[in-house]
Design a protein around this ligand. Sequence first.
Ligand code: 5RP
Length: 233
Amino acid sequence: MTATPPDPAAAFKEQAAIAAAALVEDGMAVGLGTGSTARFVVAELGRRVREEGLRIRAIPTSIVTEKQAREVGIPLSTFAQTPALDIAIDGADEIEPRSLNLIKGLGGALLWEKIVASAAARFVIVADASKYVDHLGAHCPLPVEVIPFGWENVARKLGALGAQVTPRRQRDGSFFLTDEKNLILDCVFGPIMNPDALSTALAETVGVVEHGLFLHMASQTITAGPDGLRVLE
Ligand code: 5RP
């Protein structure tokens, strides 16, 4: 078994996560993100529940986060019981600092993440400072979640929009499946100059369930890096 290498940005992620978790107040309904930075948020909220008696209810954005939330003692809820959230806190793969537009989904949870974010009065992003980019798509592929049936044709259509498309696979070569048992197509567009137009084109592509452009959704980003904590809103 190969050991996971230590994450050089872990301390920055934790610093941003703890600052964001401090925004959560007694009685709030909270959306819990997915990924290595959101993991620190869940850990800190669990600590506050156990040690400070913080009373919250939370909706997780993935099965992995649900498991962690249970382990740390955060009470969970559903949209049937809790239609609106006071705050959702999640990570991001790229942040465009002027608009706070994002790419998310390298962790494969973008569908539930977007549903949770869209139900929240405040959507707060936590990240280390390496996630800032001048234009979305500069460093990351854009993950697009698609229905397995006919995915090859959807991939061709995404190619016609200008992407180099690769279906995401696991180490053993099998397709990566999301929590909803869909596929992820990782789409390299290069710098995305008009994210709104691309978002519309993706949403209009039959077979696309959701995509990783999170536009006009984030209320605030909290990042940490060698220059300290930075809050944008
Ligand atoms: C998962 C996501 C994550 O929030 C994103 O990939 C950032 O993850 P990390 O905090 O590990 O860098 O969108 O679908």
